[in-house]
Design a protein around this ligand. Sequence first.
Ligand code: NAD
Length: 475
Amino acid sequence: MSSVSESLNVFGEYYNIINGERQRTTKTRNGIDPATGQSLPEVPVATENDVYNTVEAAKAAFKIWPLVSWADRRRAILAYLTEIEGLADDLARLLTLEQGKPLIFAKMEITSALDFSRVLAKMELEEETIYSDPDRKTVIRYTPLGVAVAIVPWNFPIQLALTKIVPALVTGNPIILKPSPFTPYCGLKIVELAQKFFPKGVLQFLSGDDNLGPWLTAHPDVAKISFTGSSFTGKKVMESASKTLKRVTLELGGNDPANIAAVAPKIVEFSFVNSGQVCVAIKRIYVHEDIYEPFLDAMVAYIKTLSIGDGLETGNFFGPVQNLQQFTHVKRFFADIENEKLTVAVGGKNEVRPGYFITPTIIDRPPDNSRIATMEPFGPIVPVMQWKDEEDVIARANSTSMGLGASVWSSSPENASRIARQLQAGSVWVNTHLQLNPSAPFGGHKESGIGHELGLGSLKSYCNIQSLFLIKNPI
Ligand code: NAD
C-alpha cells in the first residue's frame, strides 16, 4: 500500500462525516469484495439521530454557503476536484475492491467523473433581465433550494455521487451523500477529503443500512432528493418526498434497445461493459434478418476473446457482478433458459467459483414477451432478436415502460436518424452508444426517470426560480 493510501486510511477505519467531523457509530457493518467474497473493513451504520444531526448541520451550512460568491464556490469545488485527482490511483483500487469492476474501468470512472464535474463546476446560472425600462425591471434568478440529499446506487459510486454533489454545491446547496450499502467506501473517502475545502455541514456523508434512505427522504427539512437507482425504489422515494413536496430528480432503470449494421464488437462492449451493470447499457439487441446469423456469430467470436476475473488482475474485461443480491437476480435469468426453453448462442452456464462471477451469455431470439427481453437483468446476459419491418422494430423497441437510452447502428445516416427520432428514450445515439456529454441533459422518458442530470438544467434542478420585480417609484 502506498503512503498516500495510508494517509487516506484507505484500508483503515471508515467514519461518517457529520458537521465537518469524522463520527463513529455504535453499530457497524462491512462490505464484501465481490471478486473473492471476503469482508472489507467495517463501515458505520447511521442512526436516526445521526440523520437529525446531519440535517441540522446542513441547515446551519445553508445559512452561510449561499452567501459565498459563485466564483468562490466554484474555486473551492475545482480545488477539491484537483485533490481527488491526486488520489485517483488509490481511489481506483478501492473502487475495484468494493465494486468489482476491473481497475482500468475504475480509473476511467474517476477520470470521467472529474471531467464531467469540472464542466459542471464552470457553468453558471446568470440572472436574466426579461423586461427593463427607466422605471422598472423584471429579473429571473435562481435561488438554492436548501438541504439536498444524494442517494446513489452501487454501479458507478464515484461518478454518480460527484455529478450530484457538484451542481448542488455550485448553486449554493449543502448536500448529504448516501451511498449504496454495497459500495460505501469511495463515497466516504471523497467526502472526507472535501472537508478542508468547504465550511462544515456543506458536504456530509452517511453510511447506513436499509433504514437510512427512507429516514432521509422522510425528513421534513430536506428540500431536494437526487436519486439514482431502480424504478421500483424511485417510486418509493417520490412517494415519501411528496409528503413535504420535496423536489426530486429520479434517474432510474433502463432496458435499452440497439438496432445494428456491422459493428458486433462495439455492440458487445456497450452491452457487457461493467458486467452489464450500466443503467444505459444495451440490453436488447435487434438485428436485421439479412445479417442476423453472421452478426450473431461475430458477437459470439468477440465475447470469447474477453477474459473474466478479479478486477485487480490486468487484462480482464469482465469482473464479478457487484453483490450477492444482484448475483442471485442475474442467475434467475439463467434458470429461465431451461424453464422457457431458450436458445443460447454463447455462455448459458455458470462455473462454481468464489466471488460473484457470471459467464457472459447471449440468448438467441427469445420471445418478445420473455423475461430476458422485457426485464432489466443488469448483468452480463443479453437477448439478440431479429427484425424485418422498420415500423415493427420501432414499435418493439418502444414497447416497454422504460426509456433511458437507445442506439441505431447503420451505414445509412438518413435511415438511422429517421429511426432514432422515433425512439422513446432520453438519450439516443446513432452509430455509438453511452457517449455522454456533461453539457447535454441525461435522463429518462417514461418510468426511467423524472428530470435530468448534466447540462445547465442539472444546476437549475437544485434551484427555485424567482421572478424579481424591481420598481423605482411605488405604484
Ligand atoms: P436501488 O434502487 O436498489 O438502490 C439505489 C439506492 O437507493 C441505494 O443507495 C439504496 O440504499 C437506496 N434505497 C433503497 N431503498 C430506499 C428507499 N426506500 N428510500 C430511499 N432510498 C432507498 O438500485 P441499485 O440496485 O443500487 O442500482 C441498480 C439500478 O440503478 C438499476 O435499475 C439501474 O438501471 C439503475 N441506475 C440508473 C442510472 C441512471 O442514471 N438512470 C444510473 C445507474 C443505475
